[in-house]
Design a protein around this ligand. Sequence first.
Ligand code: NAD
Length: 270
Amino acid sequence: MGRPILDLSGQVAVVTGASSGIGQAVAIGLAEAGAKVVVNYRGEEEGAEATAEAVRRAGSEALILRADVSDEAEVEELFRRTRERFGTLHILVANAGLQRDAPSHEMSLDDWRKVIDVNLTGQFLCCRAAIREFLRRGPQPEISKATGKIVCMSSVHERIMWAGHVNYAASKGGVMLMMQSLAQEYAEKKIRINSIAPGAIRTPINRKAWETPEALADLLRLIPYGRIGEVEDIANAAVWLASDHSDYVTGASLFVDGGMALYPEFRGGG
Ligand code: NAD
């Protein structure tokens, strides 16, 4: 087999929330492209081990590290141990995220804070640690045109308001402007920062939306392309954004959503 078209060999990636769903697929996709992968998880050790095993089967190296992305000290330790093991870092996929849904007038402050802490503050803490490492190491043009690459996991809900999920939509709207501001700030340092905005992807986070035929039929009404997304759809986009094939792309939200953000209700002319 020749070198993959999207070649990440010699590069080190941290993927947060890599014990299940999208993060797991992204970790495997990066490994298939040749990157060594730090598999971060918080609670699901078995899932993290399954991801690491798949990374190794893809012929790459894996390091499993537990850390809660909303905890500053744990994030610092995650990146310190990454550097200790692999020397440096080239790619961050800030993927960890969760939902705590409730009608807004019933939402507890705890549920509001938890989602903002993990989905927004957690991404900031990981981006800050990654950027510090990219700046410390400086350019390595023989490895990648960019000094560092960050992919933030956003959502179509950075654009589409979402009743009953106000904390989640606010966190992803925050991720959008955080990502764009960081991209603006660090482009001159050759650090590229982009987001993926997934639509409905079949993972545990949204099981209720696809596990019965009735729920799936309802969901498909919102997806012009006519199918639910699979985790590999997101992994493929992440590998591209981490590779030199996207070298002129920074500050972008890449919608990977089968057209969900295209106001599907207006398909027939409104
Ligand atoms: P998932 O529940 O399978 O995965 C979420 C991962 O984040 C898990 O591994 C979980 O352990 C981890 N995590 C949660 N809190 C954490 C913390 N404090 N520290 C470290 N890790 C933590 O769901 P998923 O669908 O794979 O979600 C991944 C990302 O994709 C999330 O940011 C989510 O908002 C986003 N997303 C998912 C969809 C979808 O349809 N599945 C759509 C849009 C955006």
